[in-house]
Design a protein around this ligand. Structure first.
Ligand code: SF4
Length: 453
């Protein structure tokens, strides 16, 4: 069997980063990555089970690979692996192994067994926290890096599978974290995103006993680190000292993702979110009292069991009050084994109507707010090139996507990825800004971008 692998990742940034660790591990074992399942000796799906749709997608992929699977090794990783466990072998008998997100460090042993011809191998323990210290990580980009600082979750939202799939909350030692951050800075990375399901619940297990705010201070002060982001924050653990850390460190980005899920206190109670509408709005006010203008984004679920029209109206009015820069909105999707799946469900058609209405309301807010930025100069960290529109695609510190043209770079073949650029905003849409390059900083210090995409 050829030592090639293909990996497809579903879901959140935590999964994206887990795939970077898996890639590092496989490459250290002599595997090389290919860009399609048909070329690969091993096909891996790193899965998400936060919504039913995401899970169905995985099984549809597994169905598709079945016909061409002869001789290939098929593995299912991540949340669906953890949540469905050995049942996956019933639904997709051609799968060779399943490995949950907390067991990636068991992967070498799992692979040894699979390579030796063993069938139906599992790694499903939630006991380990070794996933923090991956021996090798093959990162997607050489200028922007993820660091997982906390795994699992001790909250118990009634709709969520994360406590089952990623286990209880466990924070990573601050010394190990800082070591990784310093190494990244030395290798030319300028942007670090700290990750966790509830990233701001971080509590340092080392004797230093750092709070999350202290960790932000320390990472924010590292030489050469220009941008620090963190996601996802839980409103109940968002304390004043985090805002103070943002005030002290310009490298902490002017953006906070603060999932609210609903604007109705009674729905929040049903969700067991540990805060009500008023507490959430107080938290928003505190973040907005920062010295710099901090933009907020959020997640919203519509049609949670028991959500009435009046509850939904409360969510719409919350959009008006907060004026989010962006919103990720979804119809409630029952997840097996969660308390909310047993509650009285809102009809699907009603959920669909509410979702459309919410998205239209938010679209108008984003159109208006983005238009206010026309004429301003924004700094963008360039992430990729859009060949079709002959534009560079970057992100502002407030996490807005900024597409811009630079005729001279296109003519000279200069690659701006990983570079900080000043861009004049000339137009806007609901989801992004458009602009023209004013100036680009000198060549970035990292190595390793080869292909323009
Ligand atoms: S805070 Fe709630 S929604 Fe977020 S991961 Fe924990 S249980 Fe899930």
């Amino acid at each position: 069997m050829s030592k090639t692998f293909y990996i497809e990742t579903f879901g959140c940034q935590m999964n994206v980063h887990d795939s970077e660790k898996v890639r590092g591990l496989l490459e250290a074992r002599g595997y090389s990555q290919v860009s399609s399942p048909s070329e690969a000796g091993m096909v891996l799906y790193n899965t998400c089970s936060i919504r039913d749709k995401a899970e169905q997608k995985v099984f549809s992929r597994l169905g598709g690979i079945k016909r061409q699977a002869s001789g290939k090794t098929i593995g299912v990783l991540g949340c669906v692996a953890q949540h469905n466990g050995e049942d996956i072998f019933q639904q997709a008998p051609h799968v060779d192994f399943v490995c949950g997100s907390a067991s990636y460090n068991a992967l070498p042993e799992i692979l040894d067994r699979v390579e030796a011809g063993e069938a139906r191998v599992t790694g499903l323990s939630l006991e380990t926290n070794e996933t923090f210290d991956a021996p090798r990580i093959e990162r997607d980009r050489p200028y922007s890096a993820y660091i997982t600082i906390i795994e699992g979750c001790d909250k118990s939202c009634t709709y969520c599978v994360v406590p089952f799939t990623r286990g209880p909350e466990r924070s990573r030692d601050s010394e190990a974290l800082m070591r990784e951050a310093r190494e990244l800075a030395a290798r030319g990375y300028t942007e670090i995103t700290l990750l966790g399901q509830t990233v701001n619940s971080y509590r340092d297990p080392a004797s230093a006993g750092w709070s999350f705010a202290r960790l932000l201070d320390e990472i924010g002060r590292l030489p050469r680190i220009r941008r620090v982001r963190f996601t996802t924050s839980h409103p109940s653990d968002f304390t004043r000292d985090i805002v103070d850390a943002i005030d002290r460190n310009e490298s902490l980005c002017d953006w906070v993702h603060l999932p609210v899920q609903s604007g109705s206190t009674s729905v929040l109670k049903g969700m067991r979110r540990t805060y009500g509408r008023d507490e959430y709005l107080r938290c928003v006010e505190m973040i907005k009292s920062a010295e710099r203008k901090i933009e907020l984004s959020t997640d919203i679920i519509v049609g949670f069991p028991g959500e009435t029209e009046a509850d939904f109206e409360q969510t719409l009015s919350l959009l008006d009050s907060v004026q989010y820069a962006s919103v990720f909105s979804f119809k409630y999707s029952p997840r097996r084994g969660t308390p909310a799946a047993e509650m009285q469900q809102v009809p699907e058609v009603e959920k669909g109507r509410r979702l459309r209405e919410l998205q239209q309301r938010q679209r108008r807010i984003q159109l208006r707010r983005n238009a206010e930025l026309i004429g301003r100069s924004e700094e963008a960290l360039v992430e990729r090139r859009n060949l079709k529109f002959r534009q560079w695609v970057g992100r502002t510190t407030q996490n807005r996507v900024l597409n811009f043209s630079d005729p001279s770079a296109l003519a000279t073949g200069r690659d701006l990825r990983g570079t900080y650029c000043q861009v004049q905003v000339t137009a806007s849409g609901p989801n992004s800004l458009v602009g023209e390059l004013v100036s680009a900083e000198a060549e970035p210090a990292f190595q390793g971008l080869h292909v323009l995409n």
